[in-house]
Design a protein around this ligand. Structure first.
Ligand code: OGA
Ligand code: NI
Length: 280
């Protein structure tokens, strides 16, 4: 879904876009000061590189863990432009407010008390991934971002207003998510899919490239702490809805999903119970 009237100031959204673009415009040498290390997700680089012969997606990425504060790795936060840190913090704190509200509503929708979902995270982790897609001469030959679902609980995504690119898989077709100015796109992630025993499925999506225009997107992921064990809620399982997912430790789940090339929803299969035994 896309949400509007979320209260995040449009000036702040624009400032976030400006500082991110200033960063991506820097020479590679400058950006490489924040280069991702292998086996780590923080910093500037190319996410999901798992083999040397893989066709890479047409994108550059900057990933930062924002909350809780003590998990930040400030050496990966751009120091150019100067306002990058301050604006990223202001933007992220506003998105956190919206995210908390969404988690409360989802809690109620899933038949729980308002604060239950947030509580189950132990601590809600918040990461920001800025995706930068340069224009591409042959947009039909390469994807901006391969099909995947987010391993988060939910994702809140800010898009550019004037350049489409995001698509979701709906009934076998790729459907563009046409930007609504200053809206936030909300994705259901894998954690909600598992907690709801598949009632609320994480959305499969991808990004396509554009021949003439660059595009940037800003994905805020909310997810549980590594040591949280995620499994379907008892109240979402019954004779008609057998338990579909086994218990997974979130940290293990996240790491295995980052290690594979993005292949649609292949990583959610890891959590699926392999053989359902139907008892008469
Ligand atoms: C992501 C993502 C989509 C986009 O970062 O997980 O799906 O529109 N981004 O760039
Ligand atoms: Ni995504």
């Amino acid at each position: 879904m896309q949400i509007v009237n979320h209260g995040v100031q449009k000036e702040l959204m624009q400032n976030m876009r400006n500082v991110a673009y200033e960063f991506f415009k820097l020479p590679i040498k400058e950006k490489d000061k924040y280069a991702m290390l292998s086996n780590d997700i923080h910093g500037y680089g190319h996410a999901y590189v798992v083999s040397e012969d893989q066709t890479l997606d047409w994108t550059d990425t900057l990933f930062l863990l924002i909350y809780p504060n003590r998990f930040r790795k400030l050496q990966f936060w751009p120091r150019t432009p100067l306002e990058f840190k301050e604006i990223t913090e202001a933007y992220s704190s506003e998105v956190k407010r919206v995210g908390d509200e969404l988690l409360s509503s989802l809690s109620v929708i899933m038949g729980l008390e308002k604060h239950v979902l947030v509580g189950l995270h132990k601590e809600v982790l918040q990461g920001l991934r800025v995706n930068y897609y340069p224009p591409c001469n042959t947009p039909e030959e390469v994807l901006g971002l391969s099909p995947h679902s987010d391993s988060s609980t939910i994702t809140l995504l800010m898009q550019d207003d004037d350049v489409p690119g995001l698509e979701i898989r709906h009934e076998g077709n790729w459907v563009p998510v046409t930007p609504i100015p200053n809206a936030l796109v909300v994705n259901v992630g894998d954690v909600i899919e598992i907690w709801s025993n598949g009632k609320y499925k994480s959305v499969e999506h991808r990004a396509v490239t554009n021949k003439n225009k660059r595009r940037t997107s800003y994905a805020t992921f909310l997810f549980p702490r590594d040591d949280v064990e995620v499994e379907p809620f008892d109240h979402m399982i019954d004779a008609q809805n057998l338990k579909m997912y086994q218990k997974v430790r979130y940290g293990d789940y996240l790491r295995q999903s980052l290690k594979r090339k993005m292949e649609g929803k292949a990583h959610t299969d890891v959590a699926k119970i392999k053989e359902l035994v139907i008892e008469e």
